[in-house]
Design a protein around this ligand. Structure first.
Ligand code: SAM
Length: 213
């Protein structure tokens, strides 16, 4: 089966399992070539519903997890989204399609080699509305805060306070804390609601407001 057919099969599987729900997210999954974000030797497995190793002992998240997190984040056209944990850049690419040309994605990665590879891949694939930054994303990215949406793709020990602060009132944040995934909604400057989304396994968030490196 060629990659195009494998991709359609994966998308249908994620729809049937209830992880992919909305037209916009399904369209983003169709548009982003996951095979460009995996290691060259893993291209044939790009559309298996599996997390795969990338460089530096990190992973590109399982498509099922990307689908669940992206649906919960509820991204709209024109929004400004912060991602913590660029990894391969795949999730950033999905967000890029969802915010459209008038929106922007700021994606942060602490490991320089990964940041550079992801930046190159994203550029090569033509995702022009993404700014990739090599920094400790547990501190957020204050320079251009606040954000409509924040997504953390590594597991925190507790909620990093700068992220809560850098989220707009009315904004949404999806974050794994230990092995539990949460949707946090900011209802006023100091009030948040927290919805449990399920159990997922992630690599640790390492940094000032995460685990010790
Ligand atoms: N979103 C990624 C993708 O689409 O490939 C998957 C991310 S991987 C599961 C988690 C990433 O978070 C790793 O690349 C790791 O280096 C990064 N990370 C961990 N702590 C971080 C921090 N404080 N700031 C930025 N990135 C961090």
């Amino acid at each position: 089966m060629d990659l195009k057919a494998q991709k359609e099969r994966l998308i249908n599987e994620l729809i049937d399992l209830g992880y992919l729900k909305t037209e916009a997210v399904i369209n983003a999954f169709r548009k982003v070539p996951r095979e460009e974000f995996v290691l060259p030797g893993h291209r044939d497995y790009a559309y298996a519903n599996d997390a795969l190793p990338i460089m530096e002992g990190q992973t590109i998240s399982q498509p099922l997890t990307v689908a669940a997190m992206t649906e919960a984040l509820d991204v709209r056209l024109g929004q400004k989204v912060l991602e913590v944990g660029t990894g391969s850049g795949y999730q950033a690419a999905i967000l890029s399609v969802l915010v459209g040309r008038k929106g922007s994605v700021i994606t942060t990665e602490r490991i320089k080699a990964l940041h550079e590879i992801a930046k190159r891949t994203l550029g090569m694939c033509g995702f022009a509305n993404i700014v990739a930054v090599n920094c400790d994303g547990s501190q957020g990215y204050e320079k251009i805060a606040p954000y409509d949406r924040i997504i953390v793709t590594a597991s925190a020990s507790k909620m990093p306070q700068p992220l809560a602060k850098q989220l707009k009132v009315g904004g949404k944040l999806v974050i794994p804390i230990k092995d539990e995934l949460f949707l946090i909604e900011k209802v006023s400057a100091k009030e948040f609601t927290k919805t449990f989304l399920g159990y997922y396994v992630f690599v640790p968030l390492i940094g000032k407001y995460g685990h010790k490196g």
